[in-house]
Ligand binder design. Structure first.
Ligand code: F0G
Length: 465
């Protein structure tokens, strides 16, 4: 693969500076904006049609064909084969979900759930981490770092442990990460730095510390990571027989996924591999709604690459003055200042996007409905289902449209929220959920307490089954 047909490019059209792929920058050294990975597609061998990628299924013993990310190598051609680090990520599936469709208000057969929790570390992050990690290897990094609400750190720690190529250094906010995720980082041997602050503090510190110590940063500000996350959409198309759905619905935190999805569709259209682009709905938790406030309430737009930066700065200034801090049961998306905001605005522009905002109550009810379908998800992921329901009720999504909700993380990532929802213990419910404005558990499946007596147990089983 000729690496010079891939390069890094600043997304700010007033700058547009380009850098080789073997340079390491967190943001554009000239203007500070975000970087993209760009390609000179004319010099690269791109398949004539998307269905050609299915041929890779016949070569499953080749790790690059086995990986659900790297079997689309031609669409993220920044790395040479020999640099690729894969653990078999991206073996995820698109599943028709008629029960959840009914809950959302969609016609049967119109809703699909993309279960990214089935990745090796249990979240969509592995799609991006394999790409960032591969780049880190390309440039000879010895240490890699991230700030995280838990999933990025679990994924980084896993790639470091499996490959033995780098030491993972992770920064987390104190008390801000669910035990499922924390346990992964600890067990995989990552240096875990707990900062007295939230995700945004951890993000700011990881940037400073990594710059000072020359550590490779793998947060989604890293443009190589987003190249890997594009493949979630390729697999969605594959699951739909290479047809383009009407809507993609995704939770919004640091806005890496939404940015990557917009780039994926924009490139596929540019390459003539799809003839239309789906609409995108990004869903914020109500307690962490920066994008919703800026885009839907404030009218902020991509504006051909010139979003109103003063508007953003004023919003953040006001947030600081009023000491407003993100707070939601969906801890994965508890973020005040999404680093990929500008790229997400671009994606919303390309995909005629909307932004929705859902409460913790709506998130947990949606999560319970997803679970009833047989595969579960963590709270942040269920924001996509809650958002799709809201957008249907508002008439933004029509019940006959084909909708894909991305479920970003596995059910077992945050069992605390699930158990509190289904609990019979009012004290536990109050402590974990009522404190967040969750007043009821409409779809709770409560355990039945029975004396240790066979006749009593038989009675209960007969009554309830
Ligand atoms: N869903 C889950 C399960 C996540 O872990 C995250 C982000 C998101 C959604 C939001 O995705 O940032 O692309 O908009 N988690 C990050 C982390 C921040 O550190 O693990 P996004």
């Amino acid at each position: 693969m000729a690496t010079d047909s891939a390069f890094q490019q600043c997304i700010n059209p007033a700058c547009g500076a380009q850098y080789a792929v073997d340079e390491v920058h967190v943001t554009c050294p000239q203007c500070g904006d975000l970087l993209d990975i760009a390609y000179d597609w004319n010099r690269l061998p791109v398949p004539a049609c998307l269905a050609d990628f299915q041929a890779k299924w016949a070569q499953r013993l080749d790790p690059l064909a086995f990986s659900g990310v790297w079997r689309f190598h031609e669409l993220l051609p920044f790395a040479r084969r020999e640099h690729v680090v894969t653990v078999g990520e991206g073996q995820t599936m698109l599943q028709r979900g008629d029960g959840v469709a009914r809950y959302i208000g969609l016609d049967a057969g119109r809703l699909y759930l993309q279960y990214e929790g089935l990745n090796p570390s249990g979240s969509f992050k592995d799609n991006g981490m394999t790409a960032a990690f591969t780049h880190a290897r390309m440039i000879g990094a010895r240490r890699a770092a991230c700030a995280s609400t838990g999933n990025t750190s679990a994924s980084l720690a896993m790639y470091c442990a499996v490959s033995g190529l780098m030491k993972a250094v992770i920064f987390i906010g104190s008390g801000k990460i669910s035990y499922g995720k924390l346990s992964q980082a600890l067990e995989f041997g990552a240096l875990t730095v707990q900062i007295s602050g939230d995700f945004d503090d951890a993000m700011a510190r990881v940037t400073e510390v990594s710059k000072r110590l020359g550590i490779y940063v793998v947060n989604s500000i890293n443009p190589f990571r987003l190249e890997g996350q594009k493949t979630v959409m390729y697999r969605v198309l594959e699951g739909l027989g290479w047809q383009v759905p009407d809507w993609i619905v995704v939770p919004g935190g640091n806005l890496g996924n939404s940015s990557a999805f917009g780039k994926a569709f924009s490139e596929l259209q540019q390459l003539g591999l799809i003839d239309r682009i789906p609409r995108l709905a990004v869903v914020n938790a109500a307690g962490s709604d920066t994008l919703f406030q800026l885009y839907e309430q404030g009218g902020l737009r991509w504006n051909h690459g010139y979003p109103d930066r003063q508007h953003i700065a004023d919003y953040y200034g006001e947030m600081d003055t009023q000491q407003r801090k993100a707070s939601t049961i969906a801890s994965a998306i508890e973020i005040n200042r999404p680093v990929n905001l500008n790229k997400c605005l671009r994606a919303l522009d390309v995909c005629r996007g909307v932004v929705a905002r859902v409460t913790d109550q709506e998130i947990l009810d949606a999560k319970a409905q997803v679970g009833l379908g047989g595969f579960g998800c963590e709270p942040a992921s269920a924001a996509s289902v809650a958002g799709a329901k809201l957008l249907c009720e508002q008439g933004v999504i029509d019940k006959s449209e084909r909708v894909v909700c991305v479920l970003t993380g596995h059910q077992l990532k945050d069992p605390g929220a699930t158990v509190a929802y289904h609990t019979t213990d009012q004290e536990q419910f109050n402590r974990v959920l009522a404190s967040r404005g969750v007043s009821r558990a409409a779809f709770a499946n409560r355990a039945v307490a029975v004396p240790n007596d066979v006749n009593e147990i038989v009675k209960v089983v007969q009554l309830y089954s």
